[in-house]
Design a protein around this ligand. Structure first.
Ligand code: ZN
Ligand code: ZN
Length: 376
């Protein structure tokens, strides 16, 4: 699934498509079909689209400072390539070759990582594409309809060049609207519904599968002990009616443990999630407006109890230190509860090992651009 696209094609293809749709549609159709006011609106939208695209290409997502130290209660994840600790939500990008704050994915179409500082620019770019291309598509379809209505007229009355351009531009505009529209919906849905980056959504689905095989809880309990130096006394189950379960843990308690009992700490509710990712509402349309926060630490929701509950575990809760002098990996740590036979079956069939696991779309962590050598 992982693919590499050179920046020449990654940026060249969108530039060619935007220029073709934006200027050919205007020249062949909009000068004739639209009022001056509508033509101005279209060209202003196109200018904003170009501006947001250029900023999305050049604005860096941010990298951690070399002296960054994780605070107590966070994983100590040492990046052996950058020689620094990764802050929470950061990953090392294989293409950019640096650790990226709140990494969402590496985008081949901007030849840049989408992360904390450029997420608003990337979202604005998607929205300007959906709006401007939607405008273009609407008037192209109107022109197509007029060609259809005039289909019985003698053909010398119809400009062959314009008809050819309509046949070329309409499918292109539909393709752009659907593909960018789906990506925009996916990004905004994740932000509003959970505040997760695309990598964190992937991580959540992986944990969900581990929950289903019933072996996640012992890993979390062991991690809690390592992280806070004491035993986990209880966890709050949100499965049916919220209830605190003691760690006497008979079999029925284990059976109740599900993915709903794992709280994603950075989910602050739809409105706050949107503001933290996209910035203050009064700046949304401004080309240079950035996000809230420094990308090194993030506010957590009210259900996170400091050192008191399973909810205080850092994300992902089945991770563990990859400290400066440690060779341990998340895979090795989460594998420790499985005997050798089971481990082989898991790797082959369920793919629950983090570096190899694929979600329902067949995406592995590497497909988001994460450098797996640095992640392990
Ligand atoms: Zn790094
Ligand atoms: Zn990158």
């Amino acid at each position: 699934m992982a693919y590499q696209l050179s920046p020449f094609y990654g940026i060249g293809i969108p530039v060619a498509i935007i220029a073709t749709l934006g200027y050919a549609s205007h020249y062949f159709f909009f000068i004739e079909d639209l009022s001056i006011e509508k033509q101005v609106v279209f060209q202003l939208s196109l200018t904003m689209l170009w501006a947001s695209y250029i900023i999305a290409i050049y604005k860096k997502p941010g990298s951690p400072p070399s002296d960054f130290e994780p605070r107590r209660g966070q994983w100590r994840k040492w990046c052996k390539k950058c020689n620094c600790y990764k802050p929470e939500r950061a990953h090392h990008c294989k293409t950019c070759g640096v650790c990226v704050l709140k990494m969402d994915h590496h985008c081949p179409w901007t030849a840049n990582c989408v992360g904390h500082y450029n997420m608003p620019h990337f979202l604005r770019f998607l929205l300007w594409v959906v709006w401007t291309n939607g405008f273009c598509l609407y008037y192209l379809l109107k022109r197509d309809k007029s060609y259809w209505d005039d289909r019985h007229l003698p053909s010398y009355l119809i400009s062959k060049t314009s008809l050819t351009m309509a046949i070329v531009l309409t499918p292109l505009a539909i393709l752009v609207e659907v593909s960018v529209g789906v990506l925009a919906i996916r990004c905004f849905y994740h932000i509003l519904s959970s505040g997760m980056t695309q990598i964190e959504c992937w991580e959540y689905e992986r944990l969900e599968e581990q929950c289903e095989n019933g072996k996640l809880y012992p890993i979390l309990r062991d991690n809690y002990r390592k992280l806070f130096g004491k035993d986990l006394k209880s966890y709050t189950s949100w499965s049916m009616t919220p209830q605190v379960l003691r760690d006497s843990m008979d079999e029925s308690d284990y059976a109740q443990f599900g993915i709903d009992d794992i709280i994603f700490p950075y989910d602050l509710g739809p409105w706050s999630n949107l503001i933290h990712a996209f910035g203050h509402p009064y700046k949304w349309i401004l080309p240079f407006a950035g996000p809230i926060g420094d990308g090194l630490t993030f506010p957590v929701n009210e259900y996170v109890e400091p050192e008191d509950d399973l909810s205080s575990m850092p994300w992902p809760p089945d991770g563990w230190h990859q400290d400066k002098d440690s060779d341990a990996t998340i895979d090795q740590q989460s594998d420790q509860f499985f005997d050798e036979n089971e481990r082989v079956i898991r790797r082959r069939k369920t793919g629950a090992v983090r570096s190899q696991w694929e979600n329902r779309y067949g995406e592995s962590l590497a497909d988001f651009g994460v450098d797996m050598d640095s992640e392990l």
